[in-house]
Design a protein. Structure first.
Length: 138
């Protein structure tokens, strides 16, 4: 799982989240300083759409005195497959470097970019940040 600061950078760069069953998230606020990770599930945490926005409802959760949280307070922790899908056709390949590190290669015409990290998710996230940054610059 990527680190929370990296997830915040992805959100700030424009990566949108449309909650679906199986998605991971953390509550992003000073009152939730830990790294407690929640999973969107039809059984316990379910997204509810309202005119005012999306709320993540905690259904039948007894260990928390928490009924719901606004989507803006939730920090999506995208999985490896979600990060790869967000890269779309820019993604070229993922390779193990042999020293416990991973590389994601992107293709952009004749130019190739590579992003190395200690795990595949972080390598994908670095590549996606570069793509989102390039897209924002036009």
């Amino acid at each position: 799982m990527i680190a929370s600061p990296l997830a915040r950078r992805l959100r700030g760069a424009g990566l949108e989240w449309h909650p679906a069953s199986g998605d991971f998230f953390r509550i992003d606020g000073p009152e939730f300083a830990g790294d407690e990770t929640f999973t969107v599930s039809d059984m316990t945490v379910e997204p509810h759409e309202f005119d005012t926005g999306t709320i993540l409802g905690f259904n039948g959760t007894t260990e928390w005195a928490l009924d719901s949280v606004a989507l803006e307070q939730a920090l999506w922790m995208p999985r490896e497959d979600q990060l790869r899908q967000a890269l779309g056709t820019a993604f070229s390949r993922l390779e193990a470097l042999g020293d416990g590190r991973w590389r994601v290669a992107l293709r952009d015409g004749a130019e190739r970019q590579e992003f190395d990290a200690d795990d595949p998710e972080t390598a994908y996230a670095g590549a996606l940040l570069a793509e989102l940054d390039a897209a924002s610059r036009g």
